[in-house]
Design a protein around this ligand. Structure first.
Ligand code: PBG
Ligand code: ZN
Length: 324
């Protein structure tokens, strides 16, 4: 069909028709809200590069978690800022660590909200890397054991799902077998399967106080130039038992999201990361863009590209806008 028989504008002529032919929908059910739990009490400190996002102690986290649940958002993703850090990230797998205490508090006070934990060592190591350092680089295999212990400890504290973000080879399998060995075969694992070494994590590292003290993460996170490699990364996590696979960051990697959607039938998550959030907030504050419109368009783009789950700092605003 060609013009004038075909007129694309006929079906766009009014909002009722547009609603009828809309291919992608967005709901609060699609969202996960990340939160930063800081050791101590009375802490409620806004991250300077992430307006509206706070480092907060447990009493504030619990209050915000309640708000998140009441907005219809099904889950939060927790990051911890421990009292002290060391070379092996001990707080990460301590039964009285910051995350373990936070999980227990949320599970007790906010029933009906799923608690997902970020499993990584960079927030807990004094050098800021995602694993154990040997000969100036992160050692893969000795890190696996600690990650597995960390995941187990989160689950023992009550986490509903664990999300390894370290990018070590074999960590999904190591965590899966540790959980299964301890009777937690029902706990799902969402792997940061395709995580690029990205400049877009800048603001997060201020929020989580996890900037590497030397070097960078390029020896374990993926090269932004690589597309085929993303399929291999995802396939290995699927083989090792991932229940949900994730692409991160979001907007600059929509092609990768679509590739994974076409290749795998597992639920697919996307992480709309800190730098993406900061750019939108910064431009909106200056009046350069319409925040609501740009954020909803971005969320729709994630769904259109194939995401089932969107992890985003905008989650509370999105849920409010959708409820109007
Ligand atoms: C920890 C981790 C990072 C993010 C999630 N988990 C930072 C990093 O790898 O440096 C980034 C999240 C964001 O930027 O919002 N490994
Ligand atoms: Zn890390």
């Amino acid at each position: 069909m060609v013009f004038p028989q075909f007129r694309a504008r006929r079906i766009r002529g009014n909002e009722t028709f547009r609603r009828m032919v809309r291919e992608t929908t967005l709901s609060a059910n699609d969202l996960v809200y990340p939160m930063f739990s800081a050791f101590g009490s009375g802490i409620h400190k806004e991250v300077s590069s992430m307006p509206g996002i706070y480092q907060q102690s447990i009493e504030y986290i619990v209050a915000e978690a309640r708000e998140v649940r009441d907005l219809g958002i099904p889950a939060v993703l927790l990051f911890g800022i421990p009292e002290s850090k060391d070379a092996v990230g001990s707080d990460a797998y301590s039964d009285t660590g910051i995350i373990q205490e936070t999980i227990r508090a949320i599970k007790k006070e906010v029933p009906g909200l799923a608690v997902i934990t970020d499993v990584c060592l960079c927030e807990y190591t004094d050098h800021g890397h995602c694993g154990i350092i040997k000969d100036g680089d992160v050692d893969n295999d000795s890190t696996l054991e600690l990650l597995a212990r960390e995941a187990l400890s989160h689950v023992q504290a009550g986490a509903d799902m664990v999300a390894p973000s370290d990018m070590m080879d074999g960590r999904v399998g190591a965590i899966r077998s540790m959980l299964d060995k301890h009777g937690y075969e029902r706990i799902p694992l969402m792997s940061y399967a395709v995580k690029y070494a990205s400049g877009y994590y800048g603001p997060f590292r201020e929020a989580a106080e996890s900037t590497p003290q030397f070097g960078d993460r390029r020896s374990y996170q993926m090269d932004p130039a690589n597309r085929r490699e993303a399929l291999r990364e995802a396939a290995s996590d699927v083989d090792e038992g991932a229940d949900i696979i994730m692409v991160k960051p979001g907007l600059p990697y929509l092609d990768i999201l679509r590739d994974l959607r076409n290749e795998f039938d597992l639920p697919l998550a996307v992480y709309n990361v800190s730098g993406e959030y900061s750019m939108v907030k910064g431009a909106a504050e200056r009046g350069w863009i319409d925040e609501e419109r740009v954020v909803l368009e971005t969320m729709t783009a994630f769904k259109r590209a194939g995401a089932d789950i969107i992890i985003t700092y905008h989650a509370k605003d999105v849920a409010r806008w959708l409820a109007r």
